[in-house]
Design a protein around this ligand. Structure first.
Ligand code: ADP
Ligand code: MG
Length: 692
């Protein structure tokens, strides 16, 4: 079994020259032999064979041997070294645009050389530009040559050398017990590792590259298992933390909220409220995700959780990713809870210093029982008297660090005696099953899987922007029926200034084209008070058409709006389109979402638009999105750029995910030492990240 050996790597010792290499290696996270052996190739080069020149074709990487027939330095079109190599079957042109005198010398006619590189179709037939050259006739390697992920200034040669040395000293013994290995048909770890670093030429190249080879399966299994072990450890650690139990509410507050609602809760909402209520009653912190498609009614569920916490005597914080959404929550929560005697405070970055100080004081003294706000809530200066529950709306919009910070707000407080607040995350983005089993394993999930009664699905139309006039006509029709519409401006990712200009222009054009309509404009650069005014006018029905940037993407809830137009829909991501479409279809009337696009469409844009047309099911959308973009987006780690899984792919390796999940339980129960060694091998460098 693997033990943590503190052996310095041979490549990482010695003089100054190696210390530069050492630094580069460290940048790749390679310190100890154990790190090197799991630094696995991206691809391979086949240097085991010499092929006839006549068999070459453009695009292939190949190795040939022959005699230099001719070489010269040419000056047109620019200075370059040109040579011809001949074998029994034909001739190959070689070309260098930069070269040393030594290379020129090497190309003397009559010499027999081995060259390797990518074949192109050049002026004189097959050619290689900047091939690698060695003497002909040297023994050929028996294994494929690995090509490793590397970093600037670190050559494949030094990386290979360091890894080969590590392979001799590292502990390659198995961290998994025999019965688990044989049950899942796993190749022994050491064998898999050696095979992947130096695969014999007989192994199927496709299996190696596409990672279908059993050696890769073993590595993926290990990686997924380690990742799940570490989440299970995090879960166990959370259960050892303490939180204030917030007694299941019989209190007036919860009852009062229920009595005052203008609608009946759906069964799904009620179930989620109950699940949260029972978590809140425990003495370790809740870590729950409330998941429900756009418009399913998550806000009221959060209000019930807040009511329960407040009636148990502690404070609640609700954080939203945009000021517009925070404002909307504030209004709703004030409407629901203030009549019941709850003190609600409001904190965003745009408050005047005085208003902000007053809010901070109310929060610190405990006078504010419920605090609604934006990221401003997690600033250091904000101190809670007794934070018992932290709620994050649209949690996927926050980074991992921000999520952690909000719940830590409670930890700092001396008067809570090390208690950690309960945490409720909310999101419309469903987590695909494989992700739920892996990255979210330490998260309990409640799902609102039904929409409030009386909603009919949004009708989605794909319309080319050449039919703009038809679209304008449908805006007029909708407004005549007493409804309202959103017009989302094209996304301009390259520049914020350009984005703003686009919004202003779009507004001007639409206002001119629709003189009878009241057209509003909202974008990120408006002052918060202005934003508030514009949203309020739209909510009050004083605006017919709201031209908007993606500031309205999440959360905004105006049930009378029934038409959503998205210009240049091909520029938006799938999750974004689904969210935007979710702004309509919130009332009982039939709503329409028009995706205007400009041809020609890229393949991926076409897939996204087709997905939007084919389904309105958020779960299906998320699954397709995962396939198109990979898991980073779901985890809110896009910013950190951290590769989440190096080898396994959640989509294609779903079976291995399940096997690893199954093995996890057994390993923890029956083989705790193996589990520890396994984590040590795979997670040494990644613990910090996973802890969040
Ligand atoms: P989301 O899940 O997208 O955050 P919201 O909480 O904004 O959804 O709710 C969407 C709309 O549905 C709101 O106008 C809300 O008042 C309304 N709503 C929520 N629950 C119900 C219900 N059970 N019956 C009718 N309307 C509801
Ligand atoms: Mg919402």
């Amino acid at each position: 079994m693997a033990t943590a050996r503190k052996v310095r790597h041979p490549a990482a010792t010695g003089d100054k020259a190696t210390s530069l290499v050492e630094r580069k290696l460290q940048a790749l996270g390679l310190r100890e032999p154990g790190d090197f052996v799991v630094h696995l190739p991206l691809r391979y080069e086949d240097e085991t064979r010499i092929v006839p020149i006549a068999s070459l074709y453009a695009g292939v990487h190949a190795q040939v041997e022959g005699e230099v027939m001719h070489s010269e330095v040419q000056f047109r079109p620019r200075r370059q070294l040109h040579a011809t190599l001949r074998d029994d079957s034909g001739e190959l042109a070689l070309r260098w645009l930069n070269f040393y005198p030594s290379q020129q010398k090497q190309m003397e006619p009559g010499r027999r050389l081995r060259v390797r590189g990518e074949v192109r179709h050049g002026f004189h037939g097959a050619e290689m530009v900047h091939p690698r050259v060695s003497v002909a006739g040297l023994p050929l390697p028996e294994a494929l040559t690995p090509v490793y992920p590397t970093t600037d200034g670190l050559t494949q040669a030094s990386l290979r050398k360091a890894i080969d040395q590590a392979l001799q000293t590292a502990d390659l013994s198995d961290t998994l017990p025999d019965d688990i290995c044989s049950r899942y048909g796993l190749m022994p770890f050491g064998q898999a590792i050696r095979m992947l670093h130096h695969p014999p030429a007989t192994v199927s190249y496709a299996d190696l590259i596409e990672r279908g080879h059993p050696a890769w399966s073993r590595i993926k299994f290990d990686e997924l298992l380690a990742q799940q072990l570490s989440l299970a450890a995090a879960r166990a650690a959370r259960r050892r933390q303490r939180a204030k139990p917030l007694a299941v509410a019989q209190g007036d507050l919860v009852q009062g909220l229920r009595n005052s609602l203008p609608f009946a809760l759906t069964a799904a909402q009620q179930r989620c409220i109950d699940e949260i209520a029972s978590d809140l009653g425990r003495s370790f912190p809740m870590h729950r995700l409330l998941q429900g498609d756009v418009g399913s009614g998550k806000t009221i569920v959060a209000a019930f959780a807040a009511a329960q916490a407040i009636s148990s005597g502690c404070q609640v914080a609700i954080m939203a990713p945009t000021e517009i959404l925070a404002e909307q929550h504030f209004q709703k929560l004030v409407g629901w809870l203030e009549p019941l005697g709850v003190q609600v405070a409001w904190l965003t970055g745009s408050l005047t210093p005085k208003a902000r100080r007053l809010a901070a004081e109310a929060i610190a003294s405990g006078h504010a029982q419920l605090v609604v706000g934006t990221q401003a809530l997690i600033q250091d200066k904000v101190q809670f008297a007794d934070l018992g529950l932290a709620i994050l709306d649209e949690q996927h919009r926050f980074g991992v660090g921000q999520r952690l910070q909000l719940s830590r707000k409670g930890e700092h407080e001396a008067n809570t005696g090390g208690l950690i607040p309960h945490q409720l995350n909310m999101s419309a983005t469903p987590i695909p099953r494989t992700l739920a089993m892996t990255f979210f394993a330490d998260l309990d999930v409640s799902v609102i899987d039904e929409l409030p009664p009386g909603r009919s699905p949004v009708l989605t139309k794909l319309i080319s922007d050449t039919r703009r006039d038809d679209v304008l006509g449908s805006v007029v029709t909708e407004v005549r029926l007493g409804r309202q519409a959103y017009w989302v401006c094209p996304l301009v990712e390259e520049s914020e200034a350009l984005q703003l200009q686009t919004a202003v222009d779009t507004h001007a054009r639409l206002a001119a084209a629709l003189p009878d309509l009241r057209v509003g404009l909202i974008h990120g650069k408006l002052a918060p008070a202005q934003k508030q005014e514009v949203m309020q006018a739209f909510r009050d029905g004083q605006t017919d058409l709201l031209v908007a940037t993606t500031v309205i993407e999440v959360g905004v809830d105006v049930p009378n709006a029934s038409l959503m137009i998205i210009e240049h829909a091909e520029r938006f991501g799938l999750a974004q389109l689904h969210q935007l479409r979710g702004r309509v279809g919130r009332g009982s009337q039939q709503s329409i979402c028009v995706l205007m696009y400009q041809a020609p469409l890229s393949a991926i844009a076409r897939q996204r638009l087709r997905a939007m047309y084919e389904t309105s099911d958020g779960f299906d959308i998320a699954r397709r999105d995962l396939a198109l973009r990979g898991p980073g987006e779901f985890l809110g780690v896009r910013q950190s750029g951290q590769a989440l899984l190096r080898f396994a792919d959640l989509e294609t390796d779903a079976l291995i995910v399940e096997q690893a999940q199954e093995a996890l339980q057994e390993l923890r129960k029956r083989y705790p030492d193996h589990a520890k060694a396994h984590l040590q091998r795979w997670m040494r460098n990644r613990q910090d990240y996973l802890r969040s």
